[in-house]
Design a protein around this ligand. Structure first.
Ligand code: ADP
Ligand code: 5GP
Length: 198
């Protein structure tokens, strides 16, 4: 009889738009090549340099509604004017194969993962926090990828998202990209709930 493969661990990285999730994850990817990074579906327009199937699966609203109605999303949320969701099958397949999986999603989605039967209770929820609200605004505006109305919508969402930090198992403060990436690696490779990595 073959040994049963143990279930992989599910990590969720969340935090306000503009805090640096993508930037920090780019470093984590090179440090943890064996971690599997989920590719979300979204209805938002592609930014310059983004690649369909790599950064996101860019889909129409009709396609997104179909994904929801057929139960193909593990979680989904409407965020600052667009839909975002995590395709269920690839995540469940990787976990069942014993691989660790990381989702980079906003706060409403993280809450849904926490409630997901069989997955939520063991999921490790990590909050990426800005060093200050002013610095968060500087980063969001400085990225230069959104128009004024979109930045306003994201800032409004950010105020609620910042208040959600206590719902998470761990917080990493993104003052410096390298240090935040190292903090995440430390959490993924094993540490205790309730830690706050400066
Ligand atoms: P998110 O994925 O959370 O929306 P991004 O990774 O796109 O955020 O980062 C938003 C902006 O902040 C980008 O211009 C990025 O270069 C910048 N940034 C990210 N982390 C830091 C940091 N530690 N210090 C200064 N700027 C940062
Ligand atoms: P952006 O448009 O800047 O790429 O992402 C906006 C927000 O949506 C970010 O906070 C990002 O983490 C979140 N996001 C990306 N993919 C998903 C997803 O599959 N589900 C949810 N709930 N949020 C997502």
């Amino acid at each position: 009889m073959p040994e049963p493969v143990s279930q992989g661990r599910l990590f969720v990285l969340s935090g306000p738009s503009g805090v640096g999730k993508s930037t920090v994850l780019a470093q984590v990817r090179s440090l943890l090549p064996d971690l599997w990074y989920s590719v979300s579906a979204t209805t938002r327009a592609m930014r310059p340099g983004e690649v369909d199937g790599e950064n996101y699966h860019f889909v129409t609203e009709e396609r997104f509604r179909h994904l929801i109605s057929t139960g193909r999303l593990l979680e989904h949320a409407h965020f600052a004017g667009n839909w975002y969701g995590t395709p269920r099958d690839p995540v469940e397949e990787r976990l069942a194969a014993g691989e660790d999986v990381l989702l980079e999603i906003e706060v409403q989605g993280a809450r849904q993962v926490r409630q997901a039967p069989g997955l939520g209770p063991d999921a490790v929820l990590i909050f990426l926090a800005p060093p200050s609200v002013d610095e968060l605004i500087r980063r969001l505006v400085g990225r230069g990828t959104e128009d004024r109305a979109t930045i306003e919508a994201r800032l409004a969402a950010a105020r609620n998202e910042l208040a959600a930090e206590p719902e998470f198992d761990h917080t990493v403060v993104n003052t410096n990209v390298g240090a935040a990436a190292a903090g995440l690696v430390q959490l993924v490779t094993g540490s205790r709930p309730g830690s706050r990595v400066p």
